[in-house]
Ligand binder design. Sequence first.
Ligand code: SF4
Length: 232
Amino acid sequence: MTSENQPNPLDKPEAQPETQSRLRITEIFYSLQGESSFVGLPTVFIRLTGCPLRCGYCDTAYAFSGGDWVPMESIVEQVKTYNVKTVCVTGGEPLAQRSCGELLTLLCDEGYQVSLETSGSLDISGVDSRVHRIMDIKTPASGEESKNKYDNIQHLNQLDEVKFVLCDRADYEWSKNIIEQYALLDKAAVLFSPVHEGVAPAQLADWIIADQLNVRFQFQLHKFLWDNEPGR
Ligand code: SF4
């Protein structure tokens, strides 16, 4: 993401039409999950278009705009063409589209194991309780720390995971403080991920070990396999 990628009004939730039965979709594809406790699992990804944030390290700026309006039933039918049990709804920021919740419930009703990747800047309390919410907390170096909606933390449960993408040592120290301040480890699993081509992964691993911090270290698997090629 570059600084010229300023938020586009079309990225905001109010930009969508009145209908609640379709969503603006950037891509639907089958791959291996690259993050979270589901890493490595064959998964269908539904990438919703639009995001009100502009993180400095964003790797999905192509989802900020464009996309196609797709009826809800067509989305589910596309998912069914794959032999898969897990579905990940991602973005962009999926919750920026009001009908996202309807899609999540439909997918759960169809028997899929459903995860939602969200920036942590929008209210997660209305998300279907069967969904695994993978919620970011944005660090200072992301440039979007001010967007964190800390009220969300009270709604986390043991299905959920909280992810910190770390750019440097200052981010690491800040994240440790947030974990302690909100007793995050009592509420959900916590993931620490080094930003791609940022802090050295081994360095982050050493910090976690030295502090005996009870978080899950993770790589973004898809970056190493396919260098974040869209649709992989
Ligand atoms: S929240 Fe996600 S999609 Fe939105 S700008 Fe940040 S990294 Fe990119």
